[in-house]
Ligand binder design. Sequence first.
Ligand code: CP
Length: 302
Amino acid sequence: MKNKSLVSINDYSKEEQLSILDLAREFEKNPVQDILKDNVIASLFFEPSTRTRLSFESAVNRLGGKIVGFSEASNTSVKKGESLRDTILTVANYSDLIVMRNPVEGSARFASEISPVPIINAGDGANQHPTQTLLDLYSIRKTQGTLDNLHVAMVGDLKYGRTIHSLVIALCNYNTTFHLVSPVELKLPSSVKMHIKEKKLAYHQYTEVEDVIPHADVLYMTRIQRERFSDPLEYERIKNSYNLEYEMIKKTKDNFRVLHPLPRVNEINIDVDKSPKAYYFEQALNGVFVRQALISSILGLK
Ligand code: CP
């Protein structure tokens, strides 16, 4: 994976993805090391973020590296009209690797094609979020003991949720049975469903979360993505479609876990947090180890 950009989850083979997960397990045992002391990582966030940006920063800091960048473009020369091309070509002079989140679908691919240093896509619009997928796979393997033959229920905004798109594609490598729960307006796009069909995997579509809870090993909740709606009234109409409560998951299988890429809005009641089956904050922690593994692999340090 040395010098290999990660834009879409399929840019890395199943074996490469698993090698990142294995390395992340080593970083989880020993997260403070000095291996990045000669490296500068650029973190360019054109869209808001808490977990992705800060877990990348935490990952770099714990490995002794330096990080430069911005958390919003409004106080950079983008404000003066600088193109993404010029921003990337400039920042590549200052860094060994660029992590970028941008609201435009395809922007990370474009950046990877012109950049002399590798690009990690930290989310491009409603398209993909491959580093989230690596930490989701890590979290699923850690809680289930395997990635194979699981029943994974995905709930919420399957249309605009980039974490969903990348995760569905990755899970197609593991004989997953998909339970897809969304309002009818927010079904999984056919371009993503195509990956399930190509692998001839089972998938079922629902509108009610109660219908999938008894079947699921993993319940992957997501928020309705307000920022992707062109019609605010449409968002208002469906924003409260789901609200998972503690009582709803009390009788689930022992291995059942609730995951969520976060942030949550109101699709998981905070009373779920007290359940030992709520895993979303540990999931966010796993992002540090997975991103340590990814950065050190791309830089050829591990
Ligand atoms: N999961 C995720 O991408 O969260 P942030 O938007 O806070 O980075």
